[in-house]
Design a protein around this ligand. Structure first.
Ligand SMILES: Cc1ncc(COP(=O)(O)O)c(C=O)c1O
Length: 379
């Protein structure tokens, strides 16, 4: 007998609770210092109006099938054409989520006999893709170009014959720091490697017109980028941009793309409008950058925080319980700041992830910093 059917799941949950790692779903409340809606597009009138107009013109809610069958709507194709032109790539392909897109890229593209080197801090979806994929994979120390190169050199010395793939984020989701893109591209070129760049937190916010931190390298044969639509673009889904051949290959070989109902055509409309907004409304980006600089100064002065220089500001506390207690105290004061614990971040580095968006103003930032200083003094 194995005991009651739910016992082992209960035991796992109890174990997580003992380690202060149990998660529950909390309703959305308080000032937004935690979302990825950096430019405040999610609830913007223009984005909403674009979807309302599409509905009024008869755009269906559901795609009704796979992109390879009847699910291929004109709205998907229009989005992809605009995205390719906007990001400067040969082709773009729209996926239902960034998670699926990352997973799909790393399971479909690197082949048996290839080597995939991941920055150790890339998103879970890339780690999962590497594990499920066919290539051998190795983790390299965070933002350490030398460590990536060492992994490649060792693998070649041991007889590795295939292609090399390098996977990084351009702006890291839990640390807010940037990848040294130029050096990484130079490294990829030296080793005739492919580079997969997850621009999830850079798209819309950084680079010319918000085209991301790898904008200068799009259009190359060896660069594939991921631009999620659920963060600064205020919608959902993700655009993979890269060479036409690789996108054609994905259409033929990428199972999460082939065997799934296509994303809603309405979401394609929203993502397309959001891209247009990036070009038409540069003030949003300028305002956000101003707020990031302001918050950086405030946090440094009042709380001794070193600025990440981006809209993602970590405050590492270390201990799980204290992290959650500090976050809860801030939430009780109506500041929606979340504690991030392992396995999302490495053991011993639990933190507050303070996110800056246009959903708050400078007065809100001052109040939040004040509250953080007070809470830290008490907890
Ligand atoms: C760096 C990074 N890549 C990919 C994803 C996944 O994107 P999506 O939320 O669209 O599934 C996320 C979202 O959390 C992320 O932070």
């Amino acid at each position: 007998m194995n005991g009651p059917p739910l016992a082992r799941y209960d035991a796992t949950l109890q174990g997580l609770a003992r380690k202060d790692r149990l998660r529950t779903l909390a309703p959305r409340a308080g000032l937004d210092f935690s979302s990825n809606d950096y430019l405040g597009l999610a609830a913007s009138k223009r984005l909403g109006d674009s979807v309302a107009a599409a509905i009024a013109q008869g755009t269906p809610v559901g795609a009704t099938g796979s992109r390879l069958l009847r699910g291929n709507a004109p709205e998907h194709e229009q989005l992809e054409a605009d995205a390719a032109a906007f990001f400067g790539a040969e082709r773009a392909l729209f996926f239902g989520s960034g998670y699926i897109a990352n997973f799909a890229l790393l399971t479909a593209l690197p082949q048996k006999g290839d080597l995939l080197v991941l920055d150790e801090l890339v998103h879970a979806s890339m780690h999962e893709g590497a594990q499920a994929g066919r290539a051998e994979f190795k983790l390299a120390a965070h933002n350490d170009v030398g460590a990536i190169e060492d992994a490649i050199t060792r693998w070649r010395a041991e007889g590795g014959m295939g292609r090399v793939w390098i996977a990084v984020e351009s702006l890291y989701s839990m640390d807010g720091d940037r990848a040294p893109m130029e050096s990484i591209v130079a490294l990829a070129d030296r080793h005739e490697a492919f580079l997969v760049v997850d621009e999830a937190h850079a798209t819309g916010v950084w680079g010319p017109d918000g085209r991301g931190l790898a904008a200068a390298f799009e259009g190359r044969d060896n660069v594939i980028a991921l631009h999620t639509c659920g963060k600064a673009l205020g919608a959902s889904g993700a655009l993979v941009t890269g060479p036409q051949t690789l996108c054609d290959y994905l259409i033929n070989r990428c199972r999460p793309f082939i065997y799934a109902t296509a994303p809603s055509p309405l979401m394609a409309v929203a993502a397309r409008e959001a891209l247009a907004m990036l070009s038409d409304e540069p003030m949003r980006r300028a305002r956000l950058h101003d707020r990031v600089a302001f918050a950086g100064r405030q946090l440094a002065e009042r709380c001794g925080v070193m600025s990440s220089g981006s809209q993602i500001q970590p405050f590492v506390i270390g201990d799980n319980r204290r992290t959650i207690a500090v976050a809860a105290a801030l939430q009780a004061r109506s500041f929606d700041i979340r504690g991030i614990r392992p396995p999302t971040v490495p053991e011993g580095t639990s933190r507050l992830r303070i996110s800056l968006t246009l959903n708050v103003d400078k007065a809100d930032i001052c109040a939040m910093v004040e509250a953080l200083a007070e809470v830290l003094a008490q907890k």
